[in-house]
Design a protein around this ligand. Sequence first.
Ligand code: O7M
Length: 217
Amino acid sequence: MEKNTRLILALDVTDRDEAIQISEKVAGYVDAIKIGYPLALATGMEIIGQLSKYAPIIADFKVADIPNTNRLICEQVFKAGADGVIVQGFTGHDSLEAAVKLAKEQKKDIFVVTEMSHPGALDFMQQAGEGIAKMAADVKASGVVAPATRPERVTEIRKIIGNELSIISPGVGAQGGSASDVIKAGADWVIVGRSIYQSDEPDMAAKKIVDEIKEVI
Ligand code: O7M
C-alpha cells in the first residue's frame, strides 16, 4: 500500500451501488478501501474485485482460527482480489504465522489487531495488546491495527513494533478519535468509516481529513 494520503476508507455500507458510488467519489483521497463483513455478506465476495479498480482493498474479516483454517480463509480472500487481510492476534503465534506465510508467498499484507478502539476493549484486549504487537513484529506481519481513540496506546505500540511495521488506526470521527492526534502519536494511516460514508459529500469529508493529516506531517 502506497503511503500518500494516509487515509483508509472503512466502507461499511450494505448496498453494492452505494459502495461503488462512494468509492468512485473518494478514490483520489484514499490509499485503500477497507471492506468487512457488512458489505461482503450483503453483496458477496465479488465486491472485492469490483472495488479494487478504485483503490487497494483491505479485507477486514478479523480472521481468528487455527493455523490451517486461517490459511484457507486468507487464500480465498486473496483469490477474490484483496491486497491485505486483517487477522486477530489473540489466537497466538502459529495461527498468525500461517496467515503471514501465505501473504508473503503472494506478496500481500497481513495486519494484526492488537487492542481495539471501543470501550469494551479494556475488558480483555488491552492486557494482551502489547504482547500481540510484539508477536506481530516477531513474525514480520505488514502492520498492526491500534486504536485512534487512545493515541497514547498507539505510541506504546509503536515503541514495541519499531518502524518496520505499519500502524493502521480506526476510531477517528464517529468514535471520538482525532486523525491528526493519532498520526502525531505514531500511526501511519487512519481508518475512517461513518464520518465519510454517511456524509452528504463523502469526497469533501475525506478531503477534510486528508488536509488535517497534511498539517501535522
Ligand atoms: O469510522 P467508523 O467508526 O465508522 O468505522 C471504523 C471501522 O474500523 C469499522 O469498520 C470498524 O469495524 C473498524 N475497527 C474499529 O472501529 N475498531 C477497531 O479496533 C478495529 C477496527 C478494524 O478495522 O479492525 C481491523
